[in-house]
Design a protein around this ligand. Structure first.
Ligand code: BMA
Length: 254
């Protein structure tokens, strides 16, 4: 493919879970992918030379985000941005500490603002952004005050970005995953498993989804790749649930 038509993508949170699956999928499809993550050195699963390039970036540090994007865009502009960095903390508004609240908003929401803020000036017209939100932006579990609020912010930011940058030919959408088999969900399962195995807890959570299982990260990555692509050329400001039917259901039964 000629260099001028090669798509270039930045993926925040590209070293784990949904972000990693997206980085791998896009790289397989011939996209030049920059996978950003907080690890101090290149994670072994990103050492494949044909795969995504790894760039260190702690999204809580605005200067690091700016520097990472500057170093990537120095050689050429960017077509696609995916914000998939995210953490989960549990507790009601009373149980959640002020520090936990701040950390969750910083990683899940402020980081998405920083990514957009520093990347948008280097994006090509025809480009696209996808933010990885959650079903919990719309309807939430008990005890996830900080997380749900951060994802609600991310959805609102998605709409604001979609409006403000439509005239520049840039589309901005969000995916809302249900439960996905990622390290983040596995560590939540570990936290709540009691006497059960982590596997059993993950399967139990899966059964709560109408499709009867949790998602694999690739299933969300495929939706992200669609929203980035020209196949979604008239879709902007949208929130796409990738949730096995979770948001379609009420827990009330006849
Ligand atoms: C995700 C995470 C998961 C959870 C799922 C469905 O965003 O919070 O831990 O299982 O939402 O509530």
């Amino acid at each position: 493919m000629p260099e001028s038509t090669l798509k270039r993508a930045i993926i925040f949170g590209g070293t784990s879970g949904i972000g990693l699956a997206t980085a791998q999928l896009l790289a397989q499809r011939g996209v030049k992918v920059f996978a950003l993550g907080p690890e101090p050195s290149q994670p072994p699963h990103l050492q494949d030379v044909c795969g995504p390039s790894w760039v260190h970036c702690d999204v809580s540090n605005a200067a690091e985000v700016e520097l990472a994007i500057k170093s990537i865009t120095r050689e050429a502009p960017i077509d696609w941005l995916v914000y998939s960095a995210g953490i989960q903390r549990y507790g009601s508004a009373v149980e959640c500490t002020v520090e936990e609240w701040d950390l969750v908003q910083t990683i899940n929401a402020r980081g998405a603002f920083l990514a957009a803020h520093f990347t948008l000036p280097h994006m090509r017209s025809g480009g696209a952004i996808v933010n990885v939100s959650s079903v919990q932006a719309v309807a939430c579990q008990y005890g996830v005050a900080a997380y749900a609020a951060s994802k609600g912010t991310l959805d609102a930011l998605t709409r604001a970005l979609a409006l403000d940058h439509a005239s520049a030919g840039i589309r901005v959408n969000a995916v809302l995953p249900g439960t996905v088999d990622t390290p983040m969900v596995r560590s939540s399962a570990e936290l709540f498993r009691g006497d059960k195995t982590t596997e059993a807890v993950v399967s139990e959570w899966g059964r709560l989804h109408p499709l009867g299982r949790v998602a694999q990260p690739l299933e969300v990555a495929q939706a992200i790749a669609f929203l980035l692509s020209d196949q979604a050329s008239f879709i902007t400001g949208a929130t796409l649930a990738v949730d096995g039917g979770l948001l379609a259901q009420l827990s009330v039964r006849l």
